[in-house]
Design a protein around this ligand. Structure first.
Ligand code: ATP
Ligand code: MG
Length: 414
C-alpha cells in the first residue's frame, strides 16, 4: 500500500481533552477520528487493526464449534418488554420510534433477540448445546463517554450466546470460553487478569470479567499475589494486605480496563420469553444460557494503552497493521524512489508493506513511522548511493545498515 494514497491523517498535537496515552496515540497516529461525544470513525489504519482483532476472535470462537451470525441492531420494544428490560434498563438504552409511533431501541446487547431467534427451533435436548456469536455495533447512551474507544456510545462488541440442556453443560462451556478469551487477549498482545464480577444489568448468577491492568482503567480490582484469585471491588470489599479467600496469600488493589465479561445467565431470559426445550425425561424446560461479551474497539484501546513508548505505538505481532514500513526519505531523488520501489516489490512477497512515498520532509516521515509503530522500518536515504539502507526495529530502536540485496534475508532473520 502506498502511504500517499492511504488516508492516515497523523497529527503533531493530541486533542486537548485526551488524558489517556492510548487516546492521544489513536488520534495522533490517524487511526480514529471523533465525530461526536463517544462516537468515532475508524480510519483505514485503525480499521485494519480492528479487522485483525476480529480475525483472532473468529478463529477462537470457531475453534470452540460456535457459529457466527448477525442479528439486527434495530430491535423492537416488544421483545424487551417480554424480558422485562424495557422498564429496567434505564437511560443508557437508545430508544426511538418509527413513523407509526411504535417503540424500538438500538441494541446495547442482544439477549432478547437471540432468545427470540432460537426459541421454537432449539426445542429438544437433541439439538443442544449450541453456541452463536456475532461481531456487531452496539449502542449505549453512556453517561460519561471517555477515553476515546474505551467508553463509547457506539462501539463494536463480539457477543456469544450458548444454549444448554443442563447446568453441567453450561459449566463446561463457561470454562472453554474462558480459555478462548485468554487466547484471544494473549494473541492481541494483552496481559489480562480474570476476576469475579457483579452480573449487573445483564443478569444471571455467576460472572467474570477480563481485566487489563492500567492506571486509566475505570474498575478497581482486588487480586491475590500468590494465586489466580481476583474480584471487582464492586463485589468484594477487600483491602490491600488482606488475606486471599482462596489461598491465604496477600491481596493487592489495582485499576483495570474491562475488556471482556462472561455470564452464566441460567434461565433469566429463556423463562420469561418462554424459550423451552423437551428434555430426555419428556418434560418441557427453559433453555439454560450463557452469554459472553468482548469489546472489540475497547480491546484496540487497551492494546495501545499497554503497547507504546514515547514516540508512539509499538504493535504486538499478531495485530500489527503492516509487517514492513518502507520510508523513501526524499522522493525528489530518483535513486531513492527507484530503490524504494524495488524493495517494496520484493518485500511484498514476504508480508504486508506500507511504502511512504509522500512528498513530505524525511524527518517528518520518520516521526510518523515511529508514531504509527509498524515493527520493521526500512529507510531508504542518502546511503543508497553506496547500496545501503537502514533497517530499524520499532520495539528496541535497534538500527542496522543493510545492503540492498540482503534486505529480505535480514528481514526474515528478525
Ligand atoms: P462497563 O462496566 O465498562 O460499562 P459492561 O459491564 O457494561 O462494561 P458488558 O455489557 O459486559 O459491559 O459488555 C461486554 C464488553 O463490551 C465489555 O467487557 C467491554 O469490553 C465492552 N464495552 C461495554 N461498554 C462499552 C462502551 N461503552 N464502549 C466500548 N466498549 C464497551
Ligand atoms: Mg456498562
Amino acid at each position: 500500500m502506498r502511504q500517499s494514497m492511504m488516508f492516515i491523517p497523523t497529527l503533531k498535537e493530541a486533542p486537548k481533552d485526551a488524558e489517556a496515552m492510548s487516546h492521544k496515540l489513536l488520534v495522533r497516529a490517524g487511526l480514529v477520528k471523533q465525530v461526536a461525544a463517544g462516537i468515532y470513525s475508524y480510519l483505514p489504519l485503525g480499521y485494519k487493526v480492528i479487522k485483525k482483532i476480529e480475525t483472532i476472535i473468529r478463529e477462537e470462537m470457531d475453534a470452540l464449534g460456535c457459529s457466527e451470525l448477525l442479528l439486527p441492531a434495530l430491535q423492537t420494544a416488544d421483545l424487551w418488554k417480554e424480558s422485562g428490560r424495557w422498564a429496567d434498563y434505564g437511560p443508557e438504552l437508545m430508544r426511538l420510534q418509527d413513523r407509526k409511533k411504535r417503540d424500538f431501541c438500538l441494541g446495547p446487547t442482544h439477549e432478547e433477540v437471540i432468545t427470540f431467534v432460537v426459541r421454537d427451533q432449539l426445542n429438544s435436548y437433541k439439538k443442544l448445546p449450541v453456541g452463536l456469536y456475532q461481531i456487531q455495533t452496539k449502542f449505549r447512551d453512556e453517561m460519561r463517554p471517555r477515553f476515546a474507544l474505551m467508553r463509547g456510545r457506539e462501539f463494536s462488541m463480539k457477543d456469544l450466546y450458548t444454549f444448554h440442556a443442563n447446568e453441567e453443560c453450561l459449566d463446561e462451556w463457561y470454562k472453554l470460553v474462558w480459555q478462548a478469551y485468554k487466547n484471544i487477549f494473549n494473541r492481541c498482545g494483552l496481559e489480562v487478569k480474570v476476576v469475579f464480577s457483579d452480573p449487573g444489568q445483564i443478569g444471571g448468577d455467576v460472572a467474570h470479567e477480563f481485566m487489563v491492568m492500567s492506571e486509566v482503567g475505570e474498575d478497581t480490582i482486588s487480586y491475590c499475589n500468590s494465586c489466580d484469585y481476583g474480584s471487582n471491588t464492586e463485589l468484594s470489599n477487600l483491602q490491600v494486605g488482606d488475606v486471599c479467600p482462596d489461598c491465604g496469600g496477600s491481596i493487592s488493589i489495582a485499576k483495570g480496563i474491562e475488556v471482556g465479561n462472561i455470564f452464566k445467565l441460567g434461565t433469566k431470559y429463556s423463562k420469561p420469553m418462554k424459550a423451552t426445550f423437551t428434555d430426555k425425561d419428556g418434560k418441557d424446560k427453559p433453555l439454560i444460557m450463557g452469554c459472553y461479551g468482548l469489546g472489540v474497539t475497547r480491546t484496540l484501546m487497551a492494546v495501545v494503552e499497554q503497547n507504546n513508548n514515547n514516540e508512539g505505538i509499538v504493535w504486538p505481532e499478531e495485530i500489527k497493521p503492516f509487517d514492513y514500513h518502507i520510508v523513501c526519505f526524499d522522493v525528489k531523488k530518483d535513486e531513492q524512489v527507484e530503490a524504494s520501489m524495488e524493495i517494496y516489490q520484493n518485500l511484498r512477497k514476504m508480508g504486508e508493506c506500507l511504502l511512504d512515498d509522500r512528498l513530505e520532509r524525511g524527518v517528518v516521515k520518520l516521526k510518523d513511522a515511529d508514531l504509527i509503530g509498524i515493527p520493521v522500518r526500512i529507510t531508504v536515504g542518502r546511503d543508497i548511493s553506496e547500496g545501503l539502507v537502514e533497517v530499524t526495529n520499532r520495539k528496541n530502536g535497534k538500527t542496522d545498515k543493510v545492503k540492498i540485496g540482503e534486505i529480505e534475508a535480514y528481514c526474515s532473520s528478525l
